[in-house]
Structure formats: structure tokens, C-alpha cells
Design a protein around this ligand. Structure first.
Ligand code: G6P
Length: 756
């Protein structure tokens, strides 16, 4: 304020000086104007009265002239009017001073007005020559009263002074504001300069520009090194190399896995004892060995009947139960929540929406509300479990599409990697979801969003493009929404290698015998297996129809082949799943009735949960395995079958619509919708000689070994590490730019972004 007054006063002073300097010019301007006004009026009077005056003179009518002069002098601005004839004033109105002399008057109009002082009063006199008209030359003289001119000139001067004062004040105000602004910037620059000097000396107050530049150089170097290491060193992936990669690339980081399904379920048996179950879930098969290697915390829904009895006061339990290496944090859901969130929106809405299996998705507003609130619950659990502000959060699957955004809002520095374990449909299909925007927005809270295949990444990006206002960079496959960038990447999921379930397995010939005995089959019968959850996406009915077609086409195989279908009951609360089981049982009965004879039945339906070692035993006893998914993100059963066959025997029949068919091209690829073709493929598999089986199995095993689940996790974590390093560089560059901005230099381009 003081500055304002100071600068305002100065401006007023300057304005006053300007007014004083301009005043003389203003006076002369007013005088000139007054003279021109007198001349003009004088001319007007003369032009108007000339003819009459000359006529009256010619007629010698002095009385008329006198009357005319009187009327003219009635104008207040004309003091008097008179007639000079032969140098003498012969006629004049009453206002003419007695001492007026015609000699003092100008000779004519061209001479202009002459000033005259009469009785202490300033006046001007003008003269106009009249025609002689035989009565002698004469001049009309007009005496102008300057009092009014003085008065008007005074008014004009005053107006001019006021105008100059107003301009002065206005200028003063503008100058004050400008001066304050300039002073503030100048002070800021001085302070900044002092700060910079100080910062250069004391490191704890923040890095100097040189230090930042050094750090950026260092971080870029690290990044380049990391990239080279990833490409060269990490070719063999196993629990140890994953641990090393994590320790090297993300030192001290905290890993939190989040999924609906838990890796270990504690169930109470009828006899009251507790049994630990490994759920039939591709997600769990993949994530469990990875989490075992990485350590950390896995947050999941506690769905087992004895889960509450197996946790500590903080709802945590160390797992695997035999030798804990990580913490399972259980989250409890009410029946209502489970119905709305899990059975309803996730499994009746999103599951059929994303799998093109011709089951109509059901969307209920009440389910959606539970889906949202349960996602909130998971997000809060992540925040509660996080020991650092920047954990690495691995969010799993379609149950938790909203959680990434919710976690991002609470932990902005977290690195959130979301993996979508099921397919992502095309944008037209996804468009029917009433909450598509919310789901996409939720997922775009992630740092990295992973799908099994590039095809599903493309579908997702197209969906975002169609329904959201965002910036898509197709070169780096990234999407920016509200200032946050998400990288969309394919990470083909896989299994543990060598798989834990292989440990303790009997040799293949022994297993073949054991399993055949258990199933009541003759020792030399050829065995086909199918193992999965009782899910309509898996094509269980279709493969049975394939068996039917095979036996119809090749009846000499009757009695020599059996197809064992293991199907773990799943989501049985839903009619679509219950109906499938009933349908499968009816179809198996029908086919068995059609082809079976003498105690032999072609299809054995085993509708119960099998633990991983039982599954592996079945795989090893089989001659062929059928995976006939109508649509599947990846399908790990196919990879598990390959992994189980260390004897390099057995044939995999694989659906063209499972993601795994892209990697396991040595399988016999089939269209599950074509029963006849399936029958032909079964025949081909049974006829395949051991040499060809070995060739195919070897290549597939190499593929699964190299691209195992540690590689899957390792690539995601290394991408996360690269992203973190790039974010660190961006923060450093931003800090440098802020500094540059403060110093008034031109900032560099802020629009660039890191590529994962
Ligand atoms: C699929 C899903 C997993 C799920 C699994 C088993 O593989 O992608 O998220 O865990 O099915 O289903 P469930 O409903 O029993 O967890």
C-alpha cells in the first residue's frame, strides 16, 4: 500500500508539472479562439445588415439607421455599433464610449479586430467598409464586449486543467499498479537468485540445476542399463531370477496382490477338522507361485467356511500353510454383497459380456451398487495394508475394475498394474454395458493395464476411443485420461515351471495303470481328459458332441476309448451354471446310451473339485487332452497338460478361440463349434505315433518353460520399474522446468511423456 501511495504521489506531481507546462499554450489557444469568434460574429452582423444600412444611408434616413443599430446592439455580446463617415463617428448606439475615435478602429475587415481599452474594460473593435453610394465612404464599426469572452475563456481553461488533472490521476493509477507489479517480480527474482545461491551451497535444501541434470543423466543411464539387462540377462525365468529382478529393479518395494479369489481356502469338513483347498482358478494357479517368490501381501475375499477361524486379529494368515512366504489378508463380504458384486455384476454381467459364448449378460442396478461398494472395500484394504506411499499393487481381473481408480485417488504414487484375465470384447459388444464409462475410468486409474493378447489390448483401446474423451497414443499404446497415463500391454499369462504339482508324481506308466484302475477302465484303453470348472465358456458340451461325432464316424473305437471330463462345480448359485451341469449330465447319459455297451461307457463325468496333484495325475495318465473353450483369455489347463508330460507324450487338442492357441501352435487346433471336425481331430490324435507326439510336445514344453509365469510377472514388474524410473526422471525434469520458469527462461516442451 505504501508503495502504491508513493508511486501515486509521484505520478500526480508529474501530472501537475505537465498541466503547468501546458497552461500557456492553453491560454493562447483560448485567445485565438476568442478573436476568431469576434471576427465571425462581426462578419455575420455586417452581412445581415449591410444592404439595409447602405440603403438607409443613401436615403439619409438617420432614424431608421439608429433603430437598426439599436436592434443589432441588443445582442449582449456586442457592446456598441457606430458609423464612421469621413473619419468621424456620426452615429452610434448608447454603449459607445464617449472617447471612442474612428482612428482607433481598423481600416476595414481585412485588418482584423483591434484591441481597445475603454474605461478600464478590454474590448475589440472591428470595422467594415460601406459603399459610398453617392453619400461618401463610411465604415461600420462594431465594438465587442470581451467580458463574456474572458468568462468563456476562463471556463475553457478550467475545463482544460480539469481534463489534464484527470489524465494525470489516471496515469498515476496505472503507473502505481504497473510499478507494484514490476517491483514484485523484481523482488521475486532477487529472492530466487539468493535462494539459488544458497541452494548451491546447502544440499539438503534441494538439488541445484547442475545436480538435477546429473541425476537425470544418472537415471537415464540406469534405465538404459535396465533395458539391456532385461533383454539379455533375464532370459531364464524362475523364482530366483524373479526375486533378483525385483531386488535389482525395484529395491525396497512393497508388493500387494489384490483379487477376489483367495489362493488358499480354509474349509471345515463334516468331522469338524479344517481342510485347506487350492481353488480351481487360472488366476490363482498363475499368481500363487509368483507371490510366493515375491513375498508381500495378497488381499482376497475370505470365502471358506473356516477362513475366519484361521486368521489373526488383523484378518491375516501366513501362506502357503506348510511354509509361509507371504501374507494372505482376508476381506469379509456379506451374503448380500457377494450376491450383488460377485454373482451378480461380475459373473452375470461382465463374465458373459467379455466372453462371446452367447449367454446374455444381465445388468442390474442393485448389483452395480454392490460392485462399486465392494471395490471400495478392496481399495480401502489396500490403503490399510500399504506400508509405503508408493506400493506396487497388482490388481487382478474383472471383479475389481473400479479399484485401480479408487486406489489411485488414495495413493497417487502407487504403481498399479491391473491384469484382466478374461478376454476384452470389441467396442460394439462392450457398448451394451450400462456402466461402460465407469468401468473404463476405473481401469484407467492403473499405471499398466495388461491383457493376455495384443488383440485384447487393441479391443480395449478401441473401446476407450469410442466411449471416452481421452488421448490415445497408438505408438506407445498408452491412454491419457485427466492427466494420468495408462500403458496397455499384452502379457501372456502362464504357469509355474517346473510346476509344483509335478513333485511326487509317479512315473507315467504307473500313473496310467493307477488312473485306469480308479476309473474302472481296462488297462489298455486310450484315455482322453478334459479338466476345468463347470463353466459354459469352456465348451464342455461341445467336446462331448465331438466324442459323439468321433464314435459315430469311427465305431471301431468303441470300447477302446474313454473320455473323462473332470468339472469342478463353480458359481452354482447361478442358473446358467446349474443348467450347464444338468445339461452336461444329460448329454453324457445320452451319448453313453447311444454308444456304450458291455459295461463300457465312452464318457465319464466327474463333477467334483480336484486338487492340483490329482489333476496332474490325470493329465499324465491321458493320451490326449481336450481344451475346447468357446472363448478364453489364455487357458492354463492347456499349459498345465503340456507341463505335466515330462515323458513328452500325449496330444493336446486346443480350441482356436483360447489365447493359448497363439503360443501352442503344435497342438491340434480345432473349432469347438464344429462337432464333426472335433471328431476328426480326436481320431487324428489317437492315431498319432509316438515320434510325432514327442516332436510336438517337446516344442510346446520349451515354449511353456521359457514363457512361464515368472516371465509373465517379471515383465510386468520390470515394465513397472521402467515406468517408475521414467516418472522419477519426469519429476526431475519438471522440477528443473519449474526453476527455469521462475527464472523467466523459456520452458522446454512439457508434452512429452515416458514410454513403458
Ligand atoms: C477365471 C477368472 C478368475 C477366477 C476363476 C475361477 O479364471 O478369470 O478370476 O478366479 O475363473 O472362478 P471363481 O469365480 O471360482 O473365482
Amino acid at each position: 500500500m505504501r508503495t502504491m501511495i508513493r508511486y501515486g504521489g509521484l505520478a500526480i506531481l508529474i501530472a501537475a508539472l505537465v498541466v503547468l507546462a501546458l497552461l500557456p499554450f492553453a491560454s493562447s489557444f483560448v485567445d485565438d479562439w476568442a478573436q476568431r469568434d469576434v471576427e465571425l460574429r462581426s462578419q455575420l452582423v455586417f452581412a445581415a445588415a449591410r444592404e439595409q444600412i447602405e440603403e438607409m444611408r443613401a436615403q439619409g434616413d438617420a432614424a431608421a439607421l439608429d433603430a437598426l443599430f439599436g436592434r443589432i446592439a441588443a445582442d449582449g455580446r456586442i457592446a456598441a455599433i457606430g458609423l464612421c463617415e469621413g473619419g468621424a463617428l456620426t452615429l452610434a448606439t448608447g454603449g459607445m464610449p464617449e472617447r471612442f475615435s474612428c482612428e482607433a478602429a481598423p481600416a476595414d475587415e481585412a485588418a482584423g479586430p483591434s484591441p481597445i481599452a475603454l474605461d478600464g474594460q478590454a474590448a475589440l473593435v472591428t470595422a467594415h467598409a460601406l459603399e459610398a453610394n453617392g453619400v461618401g465612404a463610411a465604415r461600420l464599426v462594431i465594438l465587442h464586449d470581451l467580458a463574456y469572452i474572458e468568462e468563456r475563456a476562463g471556463q475553457a481553461r478550467m475545463a482544460l486543467v480539469l481534463a489534464l488533472v484527470a489524465v494525470g490521476f489516471g496515469g498515476a493509477a496505472i503507473a502505481s499498479v504497473l510499478s507494484i507489479f514490476i517491483l514484485a517480480r523484481w523482488r521475486h527474482s532477487v529472492r530466487q537468485a539468493i535462494e539459488d545461491v544458497r541452494e548451491g551451497r546447502t544440499e539438503e535444501q534441494g538439488p541445484s540445476d547442475t545436480q538435477i541434470a546429473e541425476e537425470i543423466k544418472g537415471a537415464l543411464g540406469e534405465l538404459e542399463l535396465a533395458r539391456r539387462q532385461i533383454d539379455t540377462v533375464h532370459t531364464v525365468w524362475n523364482p530366483e531370477t524373479l526375486q533378483v529382478a525385483l531386488a535389482n529393479e525395484l529395491p525396497g518395494s512393497e508388493v500387494i496382490v489384490v483379487s477376489n479369489r483367495e489362493p488358499y481356502i480354509h474349509n471345515r469338513k463334516d468331522d469338524g477338522t479344517i481342510q485347506v483347498q487350492r481353488p480351481a482358478s487360472g488366476l490363482v494357479s498363475a499368481l500363487e507361485p509368483v507371490t510366493r517368490a515375491c513375498g508381500g501381501t495378497w488381499i482376497a475375499h475370505g470365502s471358506g467356511s473356516a477362513d475366519r477361524d484361521s486368521v489373526d486379529a488383523d484378518d491375516r494368515v501366513g501362506v502357503p500353510p506348510a511354509k509361509p512366504t507371504y501374507t494372505l489378508r482376508r476381506l469379509w463380504l456379506t451374503d448380500e454383497e457377494q450376491d450383488g458384486y460377485y454373482y451378480g455384476f461380475a459373473n452375470e454381467g461382465l463374465w458373459p459380456l467379455c466372453h462371446i459364448a452367447f449367454v446374455r449378460p444381465i445388468f442390474r442396478e442393485s448389483d452395480w451398487r454392490f460392485y462399486r461398494s465392494v471395490n471400495e472395500k478392496f481399495a480401502e484394504a489396500v490403503v490399510a495394508e500399504a506400508k509405503r506411499p508408493d506400493p506396487i499393487v497388482l490388481i487382478q481381473d474383472y471383479h475389481l475394475a473400479l479399484a485401480p481408480r479408487m486406489i489411485r485417488d488414495r495413493l497417487p504414487n502407487a504403481t498399479i498394474i491391473t491384469f484382466w484375465h478374461i478376454p476384452w470384447p470389441n467396442s460394439e459388444t462392450f457398448g451394451i454395458c450400462p456402466w461402460k464409462e465407469e468401468i473404463i475410468d476405473g481401469l484407467l486409474g492403473s499405471s499398466i493395464l495388461g491383457f493376455h493378447t495384443q488383440f485384447h489390448c487393441n479391443n480395449f483401446i478401441e473401446t476407450v476411443d469410442r466411449f471416452m474423451e481421452s488421448r490415445i497414443d497408438r505408438e506407445s499404446d498408452s491412454i491419457s485420461l485427466a492427466g494420468h497415463e495408462t500403458f496397455v500391454r499384452p502379457y501372456p499369462i502362464s504357469i509355474d515351471w517346473p510346476p509344483a504339482a509335478l513333485e511326487g508324481q509317479a512315473p507315467v506308466p504307473e500313473t496310467r495303470t493307477t488312473v485306469r484302475e480308479r476309473l474302472g477302465l481296462s488297462p489298455d484303453i486310450k484315455l482322453g481328459v478334459g479338466i476345468e470348472r463347470f463353466d459354459y465358456t469352456k465348451g464342455i458340451l461341445d467336446r462331448m458332441r465331438g466324442v459323439d461325432a468321433f464314435l459315430t464316424e469311427y465305431p471301431d473305437w468303441k470300447g477302446r476309448f474313454c473320455f473323462a471330463q473332470v468339472a469342478a462345480p463353480t458359481r452354482a448359485k447361478l442358473a446358467s451354471y446349474r443348467n450347464l451341469q444338468a445339461e452336461a449330465e444329460a448329454l453324457a447319459d445320452e451319448i453313453n446310451a447311444r454308444h456304450g455297451a458291455d459295461g463300457w461307457e465312452p464318457i465319464k463325468l466327474l463333477a467334483r473339485h480336484h486338487e492340483p496333484d490329482e489333476v496332474f495325475e490325470l493329465f499324465r495318465a491321458a493320451d490326449l487332452c481336450i481344451v475346447s473353450s468357446l472363448h478364453d483369455g489364455m487357458n492354463l489347463v492347456a499349459k498345465e497338460f503340456v507341463a505335466s508330460r515330462d515323458d513328452e507324450q500325449g496330444v493336446l487338442v486346443l480350441s482356436a478361440f483360447a489365447g493359448a492357441s497363439r503360443e501352442l501352435s503344435e497342438a491340434l487346433i480345432v473349432n469347438p463349434y464344429d462337432a464333426y471336425a472335433m471328431g476328426q481331430v480326436i481320431h487324428r490324435a489317437l492315431a498319432m505315433d509316438s515320434g510325432e507326439q514327442r516332436e510336438r510336445m517337446k516344442v510346446m514344453r520349451e515354449q511353456v518353460e521359457a514363457k512361464n509365469v515368472y516371465r509373465w510377472a517379471g515383465q510386468m514388474l520390470l515394465d513397472a520399474a521402467r515406468l517408475r524410473k521414467k516418472e522419477r526422471i519426469m519429476r526431475l525434469i519438471d522440477a528443473k522446468e519449474r526453476r527455469t520458469d521462475r527464472k523467466g527462461e523459456r520452458p522446454t516442451d512439457r508434452r512429452r511423456k515416458p514410454a513403458a
